[in-house]
Every structure is written in structure tokens, then in C-alpha cells.
Design a binder for this molecule. Structure first.
Ligand SMILES: [Mn+2]
Length: 303
């Protein structure tokens, strides 16, 4: 039995003509259209559906990998969980529990999960699920403009600005990439805990930043959380809190490929897509990013 809470239509990654059963799938896309604590531009609860609709326009052939990834990857799109659209009320605690239970089931079934947000606070529920499955520590690679390491924000420890703090509290190492916005409390924590932050301004100037970042991963297993505001807002405007100076498309995909080639990626999420009216660039780029993640996993798994 799959946990289902959504009453809305079930949009599939790559479109409805592409049908794979849960049982035979290797990759499971899990939409989590949850939004409760965003503070600037609203709309990330519409991110998963926008990404899935945009994915219908993707070409199946990947020019970098020289193949049509989708055939071997057998991608199943799960129904949405923790859906706050249409003013449905769900608490952060309930969202985290439902997320943890659903991801646990998918991982136990041997699938590679890619979660789609929704606000970044969801990630601590996802990471918690992998902690139950993998007792040894794994590194959480965080692609993000913001530190997200505040203990509390606007009265809640479950605010999206606190998600990486919750993960640090779990005792897991983190590798923040493309950070360019934080508060004094977060700057102090980074120094105190010697968190190996790869600042966006360093990435812009250092051609060897990928080697440097990879050398800072101390575990074999990694989880990758991508807050889309880590990407330059010129090419990814549809996020809740855009910040100048983020990653280019090729910097991001080159880095991700290297991570897949050098470490065991146990799961990924793509968060904070908040579509812009009259522009499809953000959701289409996000959909292509998900397809690249699937492609890199297929490459290293030999699918
Ligand atoms: Mn974030």
C-alpha cells in the first residue's frame, strides 16, 4: 500500500504516455507540494506539478550521456503527499512524519527516490528516512543560496530557513555549495563546527572548486538536496527567495556528475520551485535537472 493523501490529478514525469508500474520501477519521483513557512515569494506548493507538466516537453535523448535514459531508468511518479494546495492544512510535524514514512517505504522497496518540493523544510523528513535505513553517517550535500542553519526562524524550528540546522542536529556532516546569504548566527556555527562551505563567490573564481568540494566529502554515501535558489536567478527566477550570483547550469551539472561518479548517492531532492507567471524557464530547467540526476544514477549503476 502506498501512502496517498492527494485528491488532485496525478501528473506523471515525462507525461502520461510513459507508464511504469511501481513494482517494476527503479526510480520513484515523489511530489511533496507542502508550503507553510515561506517568507518572501509564495507558490512553492505549485512547484511539483509545474515541474511534472514541464517534463512532458523534455527530449528523452541525453546528449551528454549519449542515450535515452528513461527506458532503463523505469521512472514511476508517486502520488503527491503532504499537499497544502487549496488551503489544505497540514502541520510541519505531520508533514515530516508522512514524508519520513513514505520515503522509508520507497527506499525499503529498493527504489532510488527523487523528492520534489515544496519548501526546503521537507528535506529533514527525507534525510531522517535515510538515517533509519543507513546507520553509518552520510554527507548531506546542500546546493543552496542560503545557509538554512538558523536554530529557529519566525517562531518555528521547522521553518525552511532552519532545515540544515535540523540535519546538523542529527549529527550528519553537511557540504553547503553556492552559499551567498546568511546571518551572524549561521556564520558563527560554520566556524564553530568547521563546516566546509563552498561559497558562491569562490566558485565563481576558482576553476578547481569541484575537486576542492569533492575532497571535503568524508563519507562514502551522500544525499543531495538541491534548493533551486542555489542556481543563478537569471536562469532560475522561479524560487521563493532569489539571490544574485548562483551556479550556472554547467557548473551545477558537472559537479553533480562528479558526485555520482565518486560517491554513492542514496537519494536526492529538488526543492523550492515557485513558478513565475508567464515564464516556463524555471520549471523546465528543474525538470531537466531531475532528468540529469536520473541519467547520472543510470550511468553509475550501469542501468
Ligand atoms: Mn534552502
Amino acid at each position: 500500500m502506498l501512502l496517498q493523501t492527494s485528491t488532485t490529478s496525478h501528473v506523471q514525469f515525462l507525461g502520461s504516455e510513459y507508464q511504469v508500474s511501481y513494482e517494476t520501477s527503479r526510480v520513484v519521483i515523489l511530489p511533496i507540494p507542502f508550503e507553510a513557512t515561506t517568507t518572501y515569494r509564495k507558490g512553492c506548493e505549485n512547484g511539483p506539478d509545474a515541474l511534472l507538466v514541464a517534463s512532458e516537453q523534455l527530449d528523452y535523448y541525453d546528449d551528454e550521456l549519449e542515450r535515452e535514459t528513461y527506458l532503463a531508468a523505469r521512472i514511476y511518479t508517486h502520488s503527491a503527499i503532504a499537499d497544502t494546495r487549496g488551503s489544505q492544512k497540514i502541520s510541519s510535524v505531520d508533514m515530516l512524519r508522512l514524508t519520513r514514512e513514505t520515503v522509508c517505504k520507497i527506499v525499503q522497496d529498493g527504489k532510488f527516490a527523487i523528492a520534489l518540493g515544496g519548501e526546503h523544510s521537507i528535506t529533514s523528513g527525507i534525510v531522517d528516512a535515510y538515517r533509519q535505513f543507513y546507520p553509518e553517517p552520510f554527507t548531506v550535500i546542500q546546493i543552496d543560496a542560503h545557509g538554512d542553519m538558523r536554530h529557529e526562524y519566525e517562531g518555528s524550528i521547522y521553518n525552511h530557513a532552519c532545515v540544515m540546522r535540523r540535519i546538523i542536529d542529527m549529527g550528519l556532516p553537511t557540504l553547503p555549495i553556492a552559499i551567498r546569504s546568511l546571518c551572524q548566527e549561521e556564520a558563527n556555527l560554520i566556524k564553530e563546527k568547521s563546516i566546509p562551505v563552498m561559497w558562491a563567490r569562490e566558485i565563481a573564481k576558482d576553476p578547481n572548486w569541484i575537486d576542492k568540494a569533492i575532497s571535503n566529502i568524508s563519507t562514502e554515501r551522500v544525499f543531495i538536496t538541491i534548493d533551486l535558489d542555489g542556481i543563478d536567478p537569471g536562469s532560475m527566477p522561479g524560487v521563493g527567495t532569489p539571490e544574485p550570483g548562483g551556479l550556472s547550469w554547467y557548473a551545477l551539472t558537472d559537479f553533480l556528475r562528479r558526485v555520482f561518479e565518486t560517491h554513492q548517492v542514496i537519494g536526492c531532492d529538488v526543492m523550492e520551485l515557485a513558478p513565475v507567471i508567464d515564464s516556463v524557464v524555471s520549471q523546465f530547467s528543474a525538470a531537466k535537472l531531475v532528468y540529469k540526476l536520473i541519467g547520472y544514477q543510470a550511468l553509475v549503476q550501469g542501468w
